[in-house]
Design a binder for this molecule. Structure first.
Ligand code: SF4
Length: 193
């Protein structure tokens, strides 16, 4: 099925430019993104690929207690944090890095991380997170429209392409299918497949 056009509410005004690695990947600090069950299952099934790339403390945390927490955001459990950073952060996102090595950067990355700085307004509309818009509370420097003269829709085409497929019928629709026999996250239980 042809992907639906994506409506970005502030497409003409929003400015954004990712300057990673200059910023140190600060958007992954205490990020705690909620993870869809199918995303969690995919990460778990491939965990062995990620473990060697994690920070030592993060790896210990994941091996002892798993990569999920009991915290709930948007009705979903969230990724764990170690030393103040997402357990999958190590000079950038390990899930992104391994996916990229396999030819698909967003393959293992939770969609909420992958589409940053886009946020859903409603079923059909998205917006670019910007200081002073839609009650933005994060003081992250790159969300300041004055931080870059570049239009977000020009600098984040990969993220926009993902948004277009983020429908139940789209290529990224697998994320919203609850795996058979799914049980809510239990930290420390990495035996679930
Ligand atoms: S999963 Fe990756 S992008 Fe998301 S918060 Fe963790 S390190 Fe950052």
């Amino acid at each position: 099925m042809k992907p639906l056009p994506v409506v970005v509410d502030n497409a003409s005004s929003a400015r954004f430019e990712c300057v990673f690695p200059t910023c140190g990947g600060i958007c992954c600090k205490n990020g705690r993104p909620p993870v869809e069950p199918a995303e969690e299952r995919r990460i778990r099934a491939n965990l062995g690929k990620f473990l060697p790339h994690l920070r030592p403390a993060a790896r210990r945390r994941v091996e002892r207690e798993g990569f999920m927490t009991r915290r709930v955001k948007e009705g979903l459990h969230t990724l764990a944090v170690s030393e103040g950073w997402c357990v999958f952060e190590h000079g950038g996102c390990v899930l992104h890095k391994v996916g990229l090595e396999e030819g698909e950067a967003f393959k293992y990355k939770p969609w909420r991380c992958a589409v940053f700085p886009y946020e859903r307004l409603d079923d059909d509309r998205w917006y670019v997170r910007q200081w002073g818009e839609h009650g933005e509370v994060w003081d992250l420097f790159c969300l300041d429209a004055k931080a870059s003269p570049k239009k977000a829709v020009d600098t984040s085409r990969g993220e926009l392409a993902l948004l277009r497929e983020l429908t139940p019928e789209g290529k990224e629709g697998w994320r919203f299918k609850t795996p058979r026999g799914w049980k809510p996250a239990r930290p420390g239980d990495d035996r679930r497949s």
